[in-house]
Design a protein around this ligand. Structure first.
Ligand SMILES: *Cc1c(COP(=O)(O)O)cnc(C)c1O
Length: 394
């Protein structure tokens, strides 16, 4: 047995069913293991490493911060990187204010607190939150309670109270659950962990109208589908609906931990000093990382590239759907794609790894594709050839 894996098994808490693979370095869309074997990476650290590996602007920017000596200064003071990151987020979203934290779950905790304080302006009991069944919002108590999947909650009750779940894309069920005490509705425009499921735009429009009518905040969890992954900077930009707030993390730092809650005018004034904080939030190193990818989304042709290669990839996956009975459905947008199989995804993922292709599931029977956004058509061809071989041998 490999000593790194052996030591890891003894040292880590038993929270992950890890593959026996030790990754060491990366370039482009390829990662390399301890023995020098290369893998085409369609996981990207779970929709995180959008610029791939070794991007020279990213590397130089982080080096610049390190050489300045100051990686963190707390939110007692301003720093230029955080101000620039917030400004770029405002530009990309046309929203108003930003709160920085360190992860997706933390961004959602901030959003939950914002929602409860928002509700209390109207009534002391306007504190109910509705989220969707099969959603995923994170692992800390508020976000876990908001997650609409029992498997993440069952050992950890009691949950945070007054968070209800209604079926995704079912407006009748949602409107039946809404009352004068509803403070916020959380949605993912494309559910990630729930199996790459797109929101129905008509459903979303009706939710927006209901929120307007009843002073309810519409909060989009863009932790996975945001930051260019869908082919737009934020997945809600594919629709004519604007949320009141959104949460970001995953690709926001291209591998350096950073999350954000971004608010529009409706709720930008809810928090006051003392209401919420994060020691590391918006520190120089994570904000600098975010600035590189934010600049790329604002200025470059990255979004056009994602749309183009995403469509190409999806059309290739549709051919598998036509050819192989075990492929039931192709779903997703941009470079957030999936195939649903008639069997557990585990075997396909293990076979792909053997053949030098990294894949990740999204629930039991779904194989998810969330490669770096800079992936080329040639690399997609390579991945599809490997997949073709695996599917033909099932
Ligand atoms: C991954 C994810 C989260 C949680 O993010 P962490 O950084 O792991 O806390 C929340 N929401 C969605 C939609 C996610 O995909």
């Amino acid at each position: 047995m490999n000593t790194t894996i052996e030591q890891g098994r003894k040292a880590f808490m038993n929270t992950y069913a890890q593959f026996p693979l030790v990754l060491k370095s990366g370039h482009g869309c390829t990662v390399t293991d301890q023995d020098g074997k290369e893998y085409l990476d369609m996981v990207a650290g779970i929709a995180v490493n959008s610029l791939g590996y070794g991007d020279s602007e990213f590397t130089e920017t982080l080096k610049g911060v390190l050489e300045g000596g100051l990686l963190h200064c707390s939110n007692l003071y301003y720093n230029e990187q955080a101000v620039l990151a917030a400004t770029q987020l405002k530009q990309l979203s046309a929203m108003e204010r930003v709160f920085f934290c360190n992860s997706g779950t933390e961004a959602n905790e901030a959003a939950l607190k914002l929602a409860r304080k928002w509700g209390k302006q109207f009534s002391p009991v306007k504190d109910e939150i509705i989220t969707m069944i099969s959603s995923f919002h994170g692992r800390t108590y508020g976000s876990m309670s908001a997650t609409g999947q029992e498997k993440y909650q069952k050992h950890f009750t009691p949950l945070v109270p007054k968070i209800l779940h209604t079926p995704f894309n079912d407006f009748e069920a949602l409107s039946a659950a809404v009352n004068e005490n509803t403070a916020a509705i959380f949605i993912e425009v494309i559910q990630g962990e729930g199996g790459i499921r797109e929101i129905d735009v008509d459903f979303l429009r009706k939710v927006r109208a209901l929120c307007d009518q009843k002073d309810i905040l519409l909060i989009a969890d863009e932790v996975q589908c945001g930051m260019g992954r869908s082919g737009k900077a934020f997945a809600w930009q594919h629709t004519d609906v604007t949320p009141d707030a959104m949460t970001l993390a995953k690709a926001l730092g291209n591998g350096v931990p950073i999350g954000a809650l971004v608010t529009s005018r409706t709720c930008s004034e809810v928090f006051e000093p003392g209401d919420h904080a994060a020691t590391f939030g918006g520190n120089l190193i994570s904000a600098a990382a975010a600035n590189v990818i934010l600049k790329r989304l604002l200025e470059g042709d990255l979004l056009a590239h994602v749309s183009e290669v995403g469509e190409y990839f999806k059309s290739r996956l549709h051919k598998f759907e036509a050819r192989y009975g075990c492929v039931l459905e192709v779903r997703g947008k941009g470079l957030m794609l999936a195939i649903e199989l008639d069997r557990p995804a585990r075997q396909v993922i293990a076979n792909a790894m053997e053949k030098g292709l990294l894949l990740v599931g999204a629930g039991e029977r779904v194989v998810r594709f969330v490669p770096p956004l800079v992936i080329t058509k040639a690399e997609i061809d390579t991945a599809c050839e490997i997949l073709d071989q695996i599917l033909s041998e099932l």
